[in-house]
Design a protein around this ligand. Structure first.
Ligand SMILES: Nc1ncnc2c1ncn2[C@@H]1O[C@H](COP(=O)(O)OP(=O)(O)OP(=O)(O)O)[C@@H](O)[C@H]1O
Length: 224
């Protein structure tokens, strides 16, 4: 579904950040992406959802080369990929449920705005649906972001440091939700620095751990 062949990327004005990255996210797979701060994890995630185009090499989303994708192809790929951004942004004047439902509204699918309480119950925010985002805790914001990422029923979920600002108990709760999504058949990739989280996940799910080191993407060994 997402496939890179010898992809390299560098921001304009900077040197190469990622070199010769080959990657295949197969349907239903579970990946962690790790590496030091500034190694390029967020950049790699952006390449995975077509927000960036490789400087060299080929990136294909659902069989389409990102270089030749039409606007409609890009919109369709974005619908099939749910993203939990590292820096979760909400519209603060709209309620939590309105923020979560926003992707449906902007895609003209507001007719599907059925009762979203099941989704909100799944992430444990059934009592905060009418709250405003500034009233949420860090863990509640992350769970609202996850609900928003899955509202379009994507096949792939990319989560960039979803447990960055929450305590261990909340990290485990978020991990459980992501593992549940994977058990439902979704392809999941999580960028994280948290080795404990990776160890915890590996006890529950077959996950591959990819590490960015010296611009290259490597499969991490079993020594985690
Ligand atoms: N839009 C941009 N323009 C120029 N440089 C950028 C841009 N975005 C990121 N960078 C630089 O690219 C490098 C990699 O950034 P990236 O956010 O991908 O790393 P990361 O591995 O996700 O880091 P962290 O773990 O700290 O979130 C950093 O040096 C960053 O400053």
């Amino acid at each position: 579904m997402i496939e890179f062949e010898e992809v390299s990327y560098g921001y304009s004005g900077g040197g190469p950040l990622l070199s010769d990255v080959s990657l295949k996210l197969a349907p239903g797979s579970f990946h962690f992406l790790t590496g030091p701060s500034g190694a390029g994890k967020t950049t790699l995630m952006k390449l995975c959802y077509g927000a960036l185009v490789p400087t060299q090499g080929r990136a294909a989303l659902f069989g389409h080369d990102v270089r030749t994708m039409t606007r409609d192809d890009v919109a369709e790929a974005r619908r099939r990929i749910g993203v939990v951004h590292q820096d979760v942004q909400f519209l603060d004047h709209m309620t939590v449920i309105e923020n979560v439902a926003l992707p449906l509204m902007v895609s003209g699918r507001d007719t599907e705005l059925q009762d979203l309480s099941d989704l909100m119950g799944w992430v444990g925010l059934q009592d905060q649906m009418e709250a405003l985002p500034p009233e949420l805790s860090g863990g509640e914001r992350q769970r609202a972001a996850l609900a928003r990422a899955v509202i379009m029923s994507p096949e792939v979920i990319l989560a960039d440091e979803p447990t960055g600002n929450v305590d261990w108990e909340m990290s485990l709760r978020l991990l459980r939700l992501l593992i549940e999504l994977n058990r439902m058949g979704k392809t999941v990739m999580i960028a994280t620095h948290d080795m404990n989280l990776i160890r915890q996940a590996k006890a529950q799910v077959q996950a591959r751990v990819l590490r960015i080191s010296d611009r290259r993407l490597q499969l991490a060994g079993a020594d985690l």
